[in-house]
Design a binder for this molecule. Structure first.
Ligand SMILES: NC(=O)c1ccc[n+]([C@@H]2O[C@H](COP(=O)([O-])OP(=O)(O)OC[C@H]3O[C@@H](n4cnc5c(N)ncnc54)[C@H](O)[C@@H]3O)[C@@H](O)[C@H]2O)c1
Length: 300
């Protein structure tokens, strides 16, 4: 018996990197998997879906079930297409892992309009197109009186949680994905759907210059092998995680951190408005226990 027997999963951007491992691990646990990927280069654009087909072949060779989908999830039609293919092929859709992404890192003063538009479109819109069509599907089933155990697992980044310099487009999209996760978690709870997000660290073509030598743990454990991320995905996808929703996890190697959201760290209060001059005088009270400058990037 697999943890995910009878479930149908979609992983976007599953031709390589983290998504590839997620698709393989979901299938190992019994899910039937739609392996979506346009085969884009790191910087975007459509390319070659051979890597996605190879993931499907790997899953089938191991005794699992999978099909390839080459839709561009950054379009409304692509998001709809991948959801429809899962339902048409396997009769249902239970687990949606939004993972596809591209990079166009530049400082804000060097960024061009297309760098902004393309990254926001693939990550932020690419998370919503699939989620929206999945939400319509699950709502319909719930309204028809069926028991739904839907799962959405989104992919954010520490760039989005802390704001990394040189990634205005990417970090804004990844921060938006956290907000989207919270909204969807609230909206879809009533239909039996949980929605969570991960902020992974793994060595892929996106990060091969960052996670190089520092990757090896003391016993030779490769902390940044992308396959470790997939274990958390399978847990979140499982029926046992029915009570985990609206959460954001930093994950790498054997480390999983449940992160918490905004809360007040300083306060001014009175039953009257403040003038700017009064705020100048009260600034020290507002920032009594909290530095008023931008905090260092928290790469714990
Ligand atoms: N690697 C890390 O350490 C790290 C850290 C934080 C966040 N992430 C996020 O994890 C996700 C996976 O990244 P990765 O490191 O595996 O990168 P990757 O480049 O290896 O994989 C991304 C995949 O997405 C696909 N893709 C791009 N645009 C697409 C589109 N429009 N439609 C369908 N597929 C598309 C690409 O073809 C590629 O196969 C991304 O969202 C990334 O931002 C990764």
């Amino acid at each position: 018996m697999g943890l995910l027997d009878g479930k149908v999963a979609i992983v976007t951007g599953a031709g390589r990197g983290i998504g590839r491992e997620e698709a393989i691990q979901l299938a190992k646990n019994g899910a039937k998997v739609v392996v979506n990927d346009v085969g884009a280069s790191l910087h975007g654009g459509e390319g070659d879906i051979t890597p996605a087909q190879e993931v499907v072949d790997t899953i089938i060779a191991a005794g699992g079930e999978a099909v390839v989908n080459g839709d561009d999830i950054s379009t409304w039609a692509g998001g709809k297409g991948v959801i429809e293919q899962a339902i048409d092929t396997y009769g249902s859709m239970d687990i949606l892992v939004n993972n596809a992404g591209i990079l166009r890192d530049k400082m804000s003063f060097n960024m061009e309009e297309s760098d902004w538009d393309d990254v926001i479109r693939v990550h932020l819109k690419g998370h919503f197109t699939t989620s929206q069509h999945a939400a319509v599907y699950w709502r319909g089933r719930a309204k028809a009186g069926e028991a739904v155990t839907g799962r959405i697992i989104n992919t954010s980044s520490e760039a989005g949680l802390f704001g990394s310099a040189g990634q205005a487009n990417y970090a804004a999209a990844k921060g938006g994905i956290v907000s989207l996760t919270w909204v969807l978690a609230r909206e879809l709870e009533r239909f039996g759907v949980t929605v969570n997000a991960i902020a992974p660290r793994a060595r892929t073509r996106m990060t091969e210059t960052v996670f190089t030598e520092m990757a090896k743990g003391e016993e030779g454990f490769d902390k940044f092998d992308p396959s470790h991320i997939a274990q958390l995905i399978c847990f979140l996808a499982s029926p046992e995680a029915h009570d985990v929703s609206g959460q954001v996890f930093v994950v790498f190697g054997g480390d999983i951190w449940a992160m918490s959201g905004f809360r007040p760290v300083g306060e001014l209060h009175r039953d009257a408005a403040w003038t700017p001059e009064e705020l100048i005088a009260a600034k020290g009270d507002l920032f009594k226990t909290h530095d008023s400058g931008i905090a260092p990037f928290a790469f714990f």
